[in-house]
Design a protein around this ligand. Structure first.
Ligand code: GSH
Length: 225
């Protein structure tokens, strides 16, 4: 059987799906994409949008992080990393939808306003986006539970995807702007909890090509597309 292959960009929104693969504890590969690869006809058979995340799992292909995370949860056993009982599964759907349809686009407007509006209005859009981003950060901060996660006692795919996006506040990936999150104390705790997760540490080591840092990972190597 072929290993699942996750297509990524280091620092991008694909991190959450990679963390889910780490949690599965099965062999998987990562393919680091370039703009040329993402624009190629072959890659667009995996994700027609030419974006990451994108997953090839044998004959199955799936794009969009929300869909990849739910595909992994449906096909494999993520245990408590994707709760399905006690009324929490619908919250997984709700949170994943919120992260891709609300939080991710606000970061887009903040970091790349010129993609959405004429250059002379870009700074204006950026400052509005920053206000909207703080509204979302407050909402997320207030939603973090007594265990320091968005759902449950253990981190879930919701936390993994949230972490992959929220790290853009404190770690610039491709020239993005940082955001001061010091006043969001529960969010700070969330960052600390997530960074302590072995799956997160492994996923970051793989993104950064520091394989010597891997601990108990089933990572099966980089795939050249
Ligand atoms: N709605 C998509 C958004 C994907 C997306 O915007 N991916 C970005 C990285 S965060 C990307 O691939 N950018 C590279 C490009 O546009 O060439 C999802 O959630 O999967």
């Amino acid at each position: 059987m072929e290993n699942p292959i996750l297509f990524i960009i280091p620092g991008a929104c694909s991190l959450g799906s990679q963390v889910a693969l780490e949690w599965l504890n099965i062999p998987y590969q990562v393919s680091v994409t370039t703009p040329e690869i993402r624009q190629s006809a072959a890659f667009r058979k995996v994700n027609p949008m030419g974006k990451v995340g994108a997953l090839k799992d044998g004959e199955d292909v799936v794009g969009e992080n929300l869909a990849i995370l739910l595909y992994i949860a449906d096909k494999y056993n993520l245990g408590n990393h994707c709760p399905s009982k006690n009324g929490t599964r619908q919250q997984v759907y709700q949170w994943l939808s919120y992260l891709s349809s609300t939080l991710h686009p606000v970061f887009g407007h903040f970091n790349y306003p010129d993609r959405f509006i004429a250059a002379e209005h870009a700074e204006n859009l950026r400052s509005h986006a920053l206000e909207r981003l703080h509204t979302q950060l407050q909402f997320i901060n207030d939603s973090i539970n007594e265990h320091g996660y968005l759902l449950g006692k253990e981190p879930t795919i919701v936390d993994a995807q949230a972490f992959g996006l929220l790290r853009w506040t404190y770690k610039a990936a491709r020239g993005e702007n940082l955001v001061d999150t010091n006043k969001y104390t529960k969010l700070q705790q969330f960052f600390a909890n997530m960074k302590a997760q072995k799956a997160i540490q492994n996923a970051l080591a793989i993104e950064n090509q520091h394989l010597e840092l891997l601990k108990d990972s089933k990572f099966a190597g980089y795939f050249t597309f």
